[in-house]
Design a protein around this ligand. Structure first.
Ligand code: SAH
Length: 476
């Protein structure tokens, strides 16, 4: 180990920054955040530094650096653009045994500053030994996205209970089990959502029972339309801590690969007319698993509250007092629209967009046709593929022009995406000619014409595979 990592307490500690430019400013900001009592030495200051000095946030010595400026300092930073001055600063500090950092000059430095992820009081520091700061910053960016903003709150919350937990569980093993169950379960989630009152009362209860049995919960998570890049941070994090996952056909296998490796996977598929588990059984299964203390992830394609039966599933959980949380996902209509280059609204063509389902519980279509056939709107039909002929016919029967542009987007956002374009009149034949399969969305409206210009996804590699306008089916 070339450098020994420590976290230094700087509240009220005298620290010196030599230099008055942008680089010095960055260092000053950090040191002020750490509560240092700062002195800045420089012939002149950039305006932000000058205003910090004017506000009394730092003491300013106008002029050139002199070695005695380092006397009594805990840390010294040299941030001038003159190596000779930086060297003087470094030597003066080292003579007095003071830690000194020369910005971007590990050779003159006795300490280096890491890239930091600040979730105070939780702070993560990353260092490459001063050799490749850019790499440290890249690592920091990755960690930033992995570590939820709420971890700071969580650290503060846990610290409040530290003593009491120590008294309650005298052996280290039991204490660790208790903390794990708290920090990875619904108590932690409540803290990170800012619901400390609920977290507090749950902690009190668990301390009273001296219980380190994990508390079960159900996370109803939208996995987006299929492309793993379109997961939310939150979805990914819950996927990586779940004990058991319930998934169905709409969740692409690439997404399942991101679930924690040792989580149990239960297929509760819901291919049309081939229900592997009836909905009621899925609901009760989740209740049972959560009661066993497991963190249950119910992974849903798209968004759980958009034609996802999410409402029905959590109703049962609520009735059984199971803690649950809902995580939104990108609904397939949004995914398909973006990836096929079909804006759902457009100031020239569509002032509103309506999402409907082409499939009802009893198998018939009952839609508000007068509303759906009004001009200047886009209609997106979920689960409409098998009924496409009836749907297109109904649009026309209720007054929509037969040459209204209509598209089918199959496997939107995934590498299998295909967009097939026709009109209300031609769409049913086009669907069968191109053997379009589920999952697919139908998009009806003038905005479909924009796909010719705006489609971008995989266009470079193989436009024909992503965008197929059948011969003789001119649509504009
Ligand atoms: N909750 C989901 C929808 C579930 S209903 C969501 O928000 O997207 C299932 C229907 O969604 C399918 O029949 C299909 O119409 C649509 N669908 C889901 N994923 C899709 C995809 N990747 N491409 C095209 N359509 C998709």
């Amino acid at each position: 180990m070339d450098y020994f990592p420590v976290f230094v307490k700087l509240q009220e500690a005298p620290c010196l920054v030599v230099g008055g430019g942008e680089v010095a400013l960055r260092k000053v900001r950090l040191l002020l955040e750490a509560g240092a009592r700062l002195t800045v030495v420089a012939p002149q200051l950039v305006p932000e530094l000058a205003s910090l000095a004017a506000q009394g946030q730092l003491a300013y010595h106008a002029g050139v650096f002199e070695p005695q400026h380092t006397v009594g300092m805990r840390l010294v930073v040299a941030a001038t653009n003159r190596r000779d001055i930086n060297r003087q600063v470094s030597e003066a500090a080292q003579q007095r045994g003071i830690l000194v950092n020369v910005v971007d000059d590990p050779e003159l430095s006795t300490y280096i500053t890491p890239a930091i992820i600040d979730r105070s009081p939780l702070v993560i520091a990353v260092s490459t030994g001063g050799g490749v700061p850019v790499l440290a910053r890249l690592i920091r960016a990755r960690l930033e996205s992995l570590i939820p903003a709420g971890f700071g709150q969580l650290a503060r919350f846990a610290a409040r209970f530290r003593e009491r937990v120590k008294q309650r569980f005298d052996n280290v093993e039991a204490r660790r089990a208790f903390w794990e169950s708290v920090l990875e379960g619904p108590v932690a989630e409540a803290v990170m959502h800012g619901n400390e009152a609920m977290a507090d009362s749950e902690m009190e209860k668990r301390l009273a029972e001296a219980s380190s049995k994990p508390l079960g919960a159900v996370y109803l998570v939208g996995a987006g339309p299929g492309n793993p890049d379109l997961l939310t941070f939150r979805a990914l994090r819950l996927m990586q801590q779940a004990d058991v996952v319930l998934y169905d056909n709409l969740v692409a296998s690439e997404l399942l690969d991101l679930v924690r490796r040792d989580a149990e996977r239960i297929y509760v598929g819901k291919a049309r007319a081939n229900h592997t588990l009836p909905q009621e059984d899925i609901n009760l299964l989740m209740v049972r698993l959560a009661r066993e203390g497991r963190r249950v992830l119910r992974l849903k394609g798209g968004d759980p509250f958009t034609f996802g039966r999410g409402g029905e599933e959590i109703q049962t959980l609520a009735e059984h007092d199971i803690p649950f949380e809902v995580v939104p996902g990108i609904t397939s209509a949004s995914g398909a629209a973006s990836y096929a280059g079909i804006p759902l609204t457009h100031r020239d063509y569509a002032q509103s967009v309506t999402f409907v389902t082409g499939h009802k519980k009893d198998g018939t279509i009952q839609l508000d046709w007068p509303a759906l056939t009004r001009p200047d709107q886009t209609v997106v039909v979920y689960m409409g593929l098998t009924m496409a002929a009836d749907l297109c016919q109904a649009f026309i029967a209720h007054g929509k022009a037969p040459d209204t542009p209509a598209a089918v987007v199959e496997w939107a956002t995934t590498q299998r995406q295909r967009t097939v374009i026709g009109t209300l009149e031609s769409l049913p034949q086009v669907i069968s000619r191109y053997e379009v399969r589920s999952p697919a969305l139908i998009i009806v409206g003038e905005v479909v014409n924009l796909a010719d210009k705006l489609s971008w996804y995989r266009r470079v590699e193989n436009r024909a595979a992503t965008m197929q306008v059948p011969e003789g089916q001119e649509h504009d």
